[in-house]
Design a protein around this ligand. Sequence first.
Ligand code: C2O
Length: 587
Amino acid sequence: MAASSLPSSSSSSSTSTMGIFLTLMALAILPQHALGITRHYELNITMLNVTRLCHTKSLVAVNGQFPGPRIVAREGDRLLIKVNNHVSNNITIHWHGIRQLRSGWADGPAYITQCPIQTGQSYVYNYTIVGQRGTLFWHAHISWIRATVYGPLIILPKRHVQYPFAKPHEEVPVIFGEWFNADTEAIISQALQTGGGPNVSDAYTLNGLPGPLYNCSAKDTFKLKVKAGKTYLLRLINAALNDELFFSIANHTLTVVEADALYVKPFETDTIVITPGQTTNVLLKTKPQFPAATFLMLARPYATGAATFDNSTVAGILEYEQSPSPDSSTPVSVKKLPLFRPTLPALNDTAFAANFSNKLRSLANRQYPANVPQKIDEHFFFTVGLGTSPCDQTQGCQGPNGTKFAASVNNISFAQPTTALLQSHFSGQSSGVYSPDFPYNPLRWFNYTGNPPNNTMVGNATKVMVLPFNTSVELIMQDTSILGAESHPLHLHGFNFFVVGQGFGNYDPNKDPKNFNLVDPVERNTVGVPSGGWVAIRFLADNPGVWFMHCHLEVHTSWGLKMAWLVLDGKLRNQKLLPPPADLPKC
Ligand code: C2O
């Protein structure tokens, strides 16, 4: 296969003039890159001083940028991304939503597919993007480091392949984040020790900027400058740690065209709902003429749990370019223009969130079919939610009734191993690391969304669910109201899944499957389990490896709302996990 390299995006460029010359040579020789090319990136993890809200802190950053750099590739390309760890924290990077066909070693979750990259060490993430195009993102996948270590991952369609919508005038990544004045590693380690809820963020950000609604922040505002009469593609990414978000632009309607790097049937909406881990592409059609106004774009949380949360609002500004008018009047100063503000749903508007997710449908056409598993080999029913674990502090704990907060799947709070699951599986040394007996159902049945049971304690173990290659899976995820009902954005590594059904209350195995959509359900990698409800997903386990599944609210992951699937090799040569790379970090 012919391979060439594109200039690296890293600040300490590893690309020589010779490299660029060779790239141009390769581009000149090859008529078309039907097979995709190899792209090299280098991510240097260093500390960076950043000031927001008049607070300066030293944070973990990539290539001296916050948020981190964009990674851009085409469907079919191979990526070689060298990560150099120059900070004192352990680091891993996850390519959120990349399927990692047979290349689980490059997936990134710490202690699941790899041991972390230690201080002074490097690791090259090596994977090929197969059958995917759209917006994804990358982020650190260890502790709470992803609070500041994240950036867009953009997969363009293959050369000469069009979008299934009119080509936009411009494409703009808009990445939501959360800003904490304090050090996020200190916040989570203190919370895990005391057993209480961690401190909430001080601001939300758009492309790293909190905007004018916060104190001492007006100069840190994201401005989207547009021309009248054009269509813009906004690549929205929720990289916030702990909060689902509503997003809206005043006086403009958005057309949703893609979710989690999969095209959807276009639909219009004034407000979108986006959970941590989700990405959404929307088309923004600007006014036909200069509107003589500016428009706020706002995001604030959709929050359902009982815990306190950051209820503040991030604002960016949509600004129109003033074309020189024919009567040569001087342009109006932006400051003098009226400023419009959108209305967002109430902070706990679960009906809006449910209605929005019901509108998402796969294209399900000849070019982009929805290959929903129709015949199911294995049915699983997992409860997800919060609980408690016993206090181990002499001074008492700050969780409910002096316990510690915990979270679980089927009442098992996942215990993080000290070595990577994938390595211990591959080398046949899994005993003592994990057990292959994750339960199919909760061991004890109760009214999941009714009055909480007396005993709220969770179990603690490192268990995986083993699936033979090509098992077709149906999984019901049921929220529990043990410590109050709450929406949980569940993310599955290694696969996309189809969201075939959802509802409120307890899932009814006799009634609910009749309403499943097996024709054009949305396909994605992260789904919100409705607050006090359930969601049904289906996927085909055609990717051998160990695949993490967890709540993408980082605090819930820290408390144990996570588990792993172990998908075994198939019989054929191309159905087996590839061997580990030589530079795979050791624990
Ligand atoms: Cu975006 Cu396992 O994470």
